[in-house]
Design a protein. Sequence first.
Length: 293
Amino acid sequence: MAAAPFDRAVLIFNPGRPGMGQRIEALQRDLATALPGLPVDLLPTAFAGHARGLARTEAGRGVPLIVSVSGDGGYNEVVNGVMDVPGSNAVCAVVPAGNANDHYRSLPVRTFGDAVSAGGVRRIDLLRITFSTGTEERVLYAHSYVGFGLTPLMAIGIEQGGKGKVLELISVARTLSGLRPFALVRDDGATAKFDSLILANISRMAKYGTVSESHYPDDGRFEVVTLPHAGLMKMALMTLRAVTLGLGHQPSVSSYAFSTRDAVPCQIDGEVVYVEAGTHVLVESATGALATL
């Protein structure tokens, strides 16, 4: 049996999620079978944002396999914690245990045990998002997508509103009723008004179907999914298509920049933050930034 490419496994998880105890026990068995003798550390989170700090600490020593047992939001915290440590040798993985697991669904289909047994480490792209306001600058990373306006909020509504086409369409209708268009100013000074803007690093996103020609986020590019501001009927038709047929293929770029004219909600891997008016936003493909199974 080949030697493991890491010196320990670290499982980061929310202990309050139903069924988590059984999930962690199963992962421990998988690791013991695939890599006998590999130390396994259990790190439960205690509050929102805790996973980032735990991952940062672990990424700063040795060559850990850091496993986020979570949804997209929890994995986002772990990824940002690892990226907080320049030159880290950490290897990341996600085991789905949340309301949204878009990133996991975008990966090749195989069990966690199979992935660990295979032992290969590959590198994938991340989205590097730089928010600049005056002299202040904040950098965050996304493993899957960054969204503004209708579409990210619709994804949240679908997840919270329940499964099934009827419940999903009701959630979409509620989101539409509260939607306000937002204006973005390009670096060349041109202004455009949108109902939705998504920058996607994965091939599939929630109910939106295929949005990428790449089946794995390692091509140095990401997809731009836009919905310019239109009437309510056009928005309704677009959202109906989104939850039924999907949006199809979209143009891809390696960077995308603009400034917000007004305050606007932004969703990063399932977590919503609010961007102030007058903020310059630069999204870049951080090629090969993350080591993963």
